[in-house]
Write a protein that binds this ligand. Structure first.
Ligand code: AOS
Ligand code: ZN
Ligand code: ZN
Ligand code: ZN
Length: 424
């Protein structure tokens, strides 16, 4: 289904008066409201194809109905999100879950919804039917050259699919590692992984980037070969200028200072992109901003500081993506919440008075520094974010409109109650 523009216009018309009252504070009192609104309009967050279905856990799966049955329907779902919020203008595909049968047709379908293709994701953490070698003991790190070659070839194949769709980046997340002490020679595993990545790197087109995603644990529980930002940065540095580190918010050991990691990676010019989600315990992949919104704000604070210091373009110079998947919410409602949480944190971080903060730091005024950050964090920026959406042609209240229009019921009507999206 496609969301007709008049439905959004009707909704906005009804909500306009109340919205303008809230917005007037901004336009009257805040000098830099306009540039913030423009930055919010420009900022787009890619939706991963695997977040469009209800995620499973290792204990069970409870699909909610009307889930996309094909790549075409996944694109349609992201098109719906984008029509509602005008901030989800890209989709990130996963091979082999989303192999396009006809690249040109898929590309023009996406374009009809105003979508482009973000990073392509390879998969060497599962064995596929008819696959010759197993990844049980790793892929790019494997002791057997033939297994490594199979994984390398797969990644190169993913790049080819991406080229056909106009994507310009590859995300490599490896489950490689070991479950028990003694199982793996860490150094040799690293070196083999490095060699394999080098071959993938060599196949990258000129304008492509490769993102090396790290993860502290799971599915391997003793060691992960790309286990932290240190390992990822080592790989990225050895590979060359097209290789970057990718930060997934759920991939750290408990209480890690992610904002500091972000700051240092930016300093090194090696931060490539983000997988946004939230968590309390591990790689929980919960809705962005649902557990630790202050951390999210602090991360954006460092992102803006570091990107501005390098003259980077917020909207285009890093890969912004959600990576979430869970089993109790409507996936589309959840994604609307996640995108909004990201925009709120971004807007709040844009409000930080940076020169005052530097002054407070130089004066060792710890209290002042904290006040400056929390002043921004405690500001209600929802009217600004809504205004950015409205100006871009989206809905003032995307979630409310999604419910009013009974979109899920319509999708169930079209697709059926018992559909399962391919993915995690
Ligand atoms: C796995 O934990 C990583 O977060 C991956 O980025 C992602 O979830 C996976 O690639 C989906 O296939
Ligand atoms: Zn991830
Ligand atoms: Zn993950
Ligand atoms: Zn995750």
């Amino acid at each position: 289904m496609q969301l007709e523009a008049y439905k959004i216009a009707d909704h906005n018309q009804k909500a306009l008066e109340a919205h303008q009252r809230k917005l007037s504070y901004w336009t009257d009192e805040i000098a830099n409201a306009e540039p913030i609104i423009q930055k919010l309009i420009d900022f787009q967050i890619a939706i991963p194809s695997w977040a469009l279905g209800t995620g499973g856990t290792r204990f069970g799966r409870f699909p909610g109905g009307g889930e996309p049955r094909s790549l075409e329907e996944k694109i349609e779902d992201v098109g719906l999100l984008h029509a509602l919020n005008q901030s989800s203008g890209a989709i990130s595909l996963h091979i082999p879950w989303d192999i396009p049968k006809d690249g040109e047709a898929i590309k023009s379908l996406a374009a009809s919804f105003g979508l482009r293709f973000d990073a392509m994701n390879s998969n060497t953490f599962q064995d596929q039917p008819n696959q010759q070698h197993s990844y049980k003991f790793g892929s790019l790190q494997h002791v057997d050259r033939a297994v490594r070659q199979q994984a390398i070839d797969h990644n190169i194949d993913v790049i080819k699919h991406g080229v056909a769709l106009g994507s310009t980046s590859l995300t490599v997340w490896l489950s490689d590692g070991s479950c028990f002490p003694g199982q793996l020679n860490f150094r040799k595993a690293f070196e083999r992984t490095q060699e394999s990545l080098q071959e993938i790197y060599a196949a990258l087109p000129d304008d492509w980037k490769v993102f090396v995603e790290y993860k502290a644990f799971e599915p391997n529980f003793y060691s992960m070969t790309v286990g932290d930002w240190g390992a990822s940065l080592l790989f990225a540095n050895k590979l060359g200028p097209k290789a970057y580190t990718l930060v997934d918010l759920g991939h750290h050991l408990p209480n890690a200072n992610i904002e500091q990691i972000v700051s240092l990676l930016l300093m090194e010019g090696k931060l490539g992109g983000f997988h946004f989600n939230d968590s309390k315990y591990g790689d929980d992949d919960l809705t962005v901003g649902s557990i630790r919104p202050y951390q999210l704000f602090l991360i954006f604070n460092e992102l803006i500081e570091g990107m501005d210091a390098k003259g980077m373009n917020h909207a285009t110079d890093l890969g912004w993506m959600i990576d979430a998947s869970h089993n109790v919410k409507d996936p589309l409602e959840d994604l609307l919440q996640s995108v909004e949480a990201i925009q709120l944190a971004y807007a709040q971080a844009l409000l930080v008075d940076r020169s005052a903060l530097e002054e407070a730091r130089d004066a060792n005024d710890v209290v002042k520094a904290q006040e400056i950050l929390q002043e921004a964090y405690r500001t209600d920026v929802r009217p600004l974010v809504a205004e950015a959406r409205r100006r871009a042609g989206g809905a003032l209240q995307p979630l409310a409109l999604f419910r009013q229009l009974n979109i899920r019921q319509q999708l169930i009507g079209e697709r059926g109650l018992k559909t399962i999206a391919t993915g995690l």
